[in-house]
Design a protein around this ligand. Structure first.
Ligand code: WQD
Length: 342
């Protein structure tokens, strides 16, 4: 770590935010969290503090509320911001596009305006590989075209990237890093924090983990006729702790600099849905019986990163393999079968 920073995490109680909070504290940074608990809960806070070994300053606010955000910046000395807060359910974004555009863009714009007003110059933004849309060329590189997204959620990530890049262009003191996440899975090694989606999980790993505990009755594999080796979709799964550490490297990189840089955050390896189910089955010691079901609308066959730029400029590389991702997910899920106490 270069300097000790006081970092504001919007959405810091969520899955990726909570793991990043812990890793920041583990290397000596201080954490302030702003979260409206729309898709998270208060009971993660004591666990973040337990793992990070420090108190967290917590504000139950919506980043879309500019007055409350302004008050937070008036009372807290913030050195840098990591912006995780946002709605992230792809099918919901197709049904309620205006909700997604209003929420995810208002929060980004409020945050930038408030940062500029209070002289806070550094931001790391939680973007997504979904900004690449349906590319036929793999691995995905940062200089490939973006913005041809298949759903409004993806568009909000793309549009937030544009807004942040333009803001950094216009304000020469601003330094921004856009991190394009691939498929984050896994949990802190302690098994104390992890992914706890509301309702039936949309994403593969939380669903498989809940199926393995018996909380879900059936496991469906969506599509077995994709042009991949085993016919199921291939994704670049990345351990959430590796992803959290990438944020620390991004801060190290950008603090004291201006401009805007974008990085893929993936392992560079693709695993198919069936390979992941197999790895999870080994981790939990149970056979996981699945059924094939029709393709899910909007799924692309294959998606994986070229993570070379992050290695070169941030000195970051994913270290945890698929086995570790599944073992850690299982430790979290089996120790907390119903997630956090609500
Ligand atoms: C992976 C594969 C499914 C559930 C999504 C968002 C992306 C990003 C991460 C988040 C697909 C298949 C799934 C199940 C299945 N953003 N599957 N059975 O779609 O790559 O990415 O999450 O905030 O923007 O689009 O990840 O985990 O949903 O699906 O067979 O019960 O698993 O069809 O092929 P995806 P996923």
């Amino acid at each position: 770590m270069k300097n000790k920073l006081r970092v504001l995490l919007t959405g810091g109680c969520g899955y990726i935010g909570s793991h990043t909070a812990v890793e920041l504290m583990r290397v000596g940074h201080e954490v302030v969290i702003a979260d409206n608990l729309a898709n998270s809960c208060m009971s993660v806070l004591p666990r973040i503090e337990e793992l990070g070994g420090k108190k967290v300053a917590f504000y139950n606010i919506d980043v879309c509320d500019s007055e409350k955000l302004d008050s937070l910046f008036s009372v807290e000395h913030i050195d840098a911001v990591i912006h995780f807060a946002g709605l992230k359910c792809v099918p919901e974004s197709v049904e309620k596009p205006v909700l997604y555009y209003r929420n995810n863009l208002t929060s980004t714009m409020n945050l930038l305006e408030t940062m500029i007003k209070h002289g806070v110059n550094h931001i790391v933004f939680s973007s997504s590989a979904t900004v690449y849309g349906e590319s036929d060329i793999m691995p995905l590189r940062e200089d490939m075209p973006t913005g041809n997204c298949t759903n409004p959620y993806g568009m909000t990530k793309h549009m937030s990237e544009v807004i942040i890049r333009d803001t950094a262009k216009a304000n020469k003191s601003i330094g921004a890093v856009l991190l394009r996440y691939f498929n984050p899975i896994g949990a802190d090694e302690s098994g104390r924090i992890g992914e706890d989606p509301l309702g039936i999980p949309n994403n593969l790993l939380p669903y498989v983990a809940q199926f393995a505990t018996g909380r879900r009755e059936k496991l469906f594999v969506n599509g077995n006729d994709y042009p991949t080796e085993d016919g199921t979709c291939v994704r670049d799964f990345i351990h959430v702790t590796d992803l959290a550490i990438a944020h620390i490297k991004a801060l190290d990189f950008i603090v004291g600099k201006s401009g805007c840089e974008v990085f893929n955050v993936g392992t560079g390896n693709g695993y198919s849905v069936l390979q992941v189910i197999e790895a999870f089955s080994e981790a939990c010691g149970k056979e996981l019986k699945y059924e094939f079901a029709p393709r899910r609308a909007g799924d692309i066959p294959t998606c994986y990163a070229d993570p070379g730029k992050a290695e070169k400029l941030l000195g970051w590389k994913a270290e945890r393999d698929i086995r570790k991702m599944c073992e850690d997910t299982w430790r979290w899920q089996s120790n907390n079968p119903m997630g956090y106490e609500k």
